[in-house]
Ligand binder design. Structure first.
Ligand SMILES: [Zn+2]
Length: 446
């Protein structure tokens, strides 16, 4: 008798959907078989003929905990994750205090362990000022570091190319990836001043102040420096053609780069931004239709490896001030609740295959953190992190149905087809039919 059997599913195995189920014991997959061959179990979940996939992993979330409980916390953030079909998330190092020291990491880990419904990785924050903490953070189990080429966060900023070489070299000496926000601060400063003189204060003003060339120069420099020291670079939220082309060239030269984009760059353009105003303000900004189309090509041809939400919640007030002056609104929006329904809709439309989606949301994220195939795969011995999706179910995205504390989305009113209906984390059902059924504290530090 095992702990759990999931039966009557369509399981994605080696690229095709096979009828059957799987058995789980002690949180691990012990058997994948046709239903009649499954053992008896304490709990049985009938998948009702729906699709059974490896649990999704979002490598780019900002849970604001500790420090900004009004925006999000580890309970509401992981509830949004579970509801959205994610069994694991990677949390960025910019709450208050930033995760740049042993004390800050231990505090965050304690907070997260008490509240999380799904498993979580915690990234170390690094930059010119915090390079010395890297070694200690690695010893505490940090599996990636994040830095900004912009000066947005003083403690997380890498302020020169020399310093970037240094940080990349040190992080990669531990075999870990460095996640980089790539926009060039000197161009941002220059363009913002220019925009300031025009008196423009709407969405366009912000978008114009962060042109593609700022991303291209920073991404290209990061790729060159990573290639030079042989480091593993993780380029966050690629949004435009020139940055994508830089990744393509670097990959051909053998640079070790994992490239990420987000659903909002794949599904929205600056035209949408003009309607959504501060609700579409994010860094880098939404781009043009041709950028969007190129990103889809990049997904299909393997230039882009990972799609993340860049789940970045703020309070309504922190966004609404931007209707007067876009520069007063905070940049970023939540996305965990909505990413998978939006992307499954694209699977249904034939934009990408289901197998590709699983690669982007399970296999590649797990490989990036060095935890594959413990996570990110349906294999004997893998953690029983499992997401069941109903590919035929249709819904409309509505603010009031979201689990994120901020109750905001760039995709209000979007019709979606393809919904996660159950999320298991190491064999525990944490979400069923959009209800949170897991217990806070189930989520473990990865
Ligand atoms: Zn981010």
């Amino acid at each position: 008798v095992v702990d759990l059997v999931i039966k009557n599913g369509k399981i994605l195995l080696e690229g095709s959907l096979t009828n059957g189920g799987l058995a789980v014991d002690n949180g691990v997959i012990v058997l994948i078989a046709k239903d009649p061959k499954l053992p008896s179990a304490d709990k049985v979940y009938d998948a009702g003929g729906k699709t059974v996939l490896p649990g999704f992993i979002d490598l780019h979330v900002h849970f604001r905990d500790p420090g900004y409980p009004e925006r999000e916390d580890f309970f509401t953030g992981t509830a949004a994750a579970a509801a959205g079909g994610f069994s694991c998330v990677g949390d960025m190092p910019n709450p208050r205090p930033p995760t740049t020291s042993v004390e800050a990491l231990l505090e965050k880990r304690k907070t997260a362990e008490a509240k999380a419904l799904v498993d979580f990785a915690l990234y170390g924050g690094t930059g010119t000022k915090n390079i010395l903490a890297i070694h200690a953070l690695v010893r505490l189990g940090v599996r990636a570091f994040k830095t900004y080429m912009t000066s947005t966060y003083e403690d997380l900023a890498t302020t020169s190319y020399g310093s970037l070489l240094d940080v990349l070299e040190l992080v990669s000496s531990f075999g870990l990836p460095l996640m980089v926000h790539a926009e060039d601060q000197s161009i941002l400063d220059f363009e913002k001043e220019k925009v300031g003189k025009t008196g423009l204060k709407g969405f366009k003003a912000h978008a114009n102040s962060r042109p593609p060339i700022a991303e291209e120069i920073a991404a290209t420099s990061a790729l060159l420096t990573a290639g030079y020291v042989g480091a593993h670079l993780y380029l966050c939220h690629i949004s435009c053609v020139p940055a994508l082309e830089a990744v393509r060239r670097a990959k051909m030269k053998g640079v070790r780069v994992t490239a990420e984009t987000c659903p909002h760059y794949l599904l929205l353009t600056k035209k949408d931004g003009e309607k959504l105003g501060p609700y579409a303000k994010t860094n880098p900004p939404l781009r043009s239709r041709s950028d969007m189309e190129a990103l889809w090509t990049g997904l299909r041809d393997g230039t882009i490896d990972v799609v993340s939400s860049d789940h970045c919640p703020y309070t309504k007030e922190e966004k609404d001030v931007g209707w007067e002056d876009i520069f007063d609104a905070r940049p970023g929006m939540p996305g965990l609740d909505t990413s998978i329904p939006l992307m499954l809709t694209q699977v249904n439309r034939g934009s990408i295959s289901l197998e590709k989606l699983v690669e982007l949301y399970s296999g590649n994220p797990a490989k990036t953190l060095g935890i594959y195939p413990k996570k990110g795969a349906l294999l004997i011995g893998s953690d029983a992190d499992i997401t069941v999706v109903d590919l035929a179910k249709e819904e409309v995205i509505k603010r009031d149905k979201l689990y994120t504390k901020s109750k905001m989305t760039m995709f209000e009113g979007f019709k979606v087809k393809g919904i996660p209906i159950a999320t298991f984390v190491r064999g525990e059902l944490v979400m069923q039919d959009h209800e949170i059924v897991g217990k806070p504290g189930h989520g473990k530090f990865v």
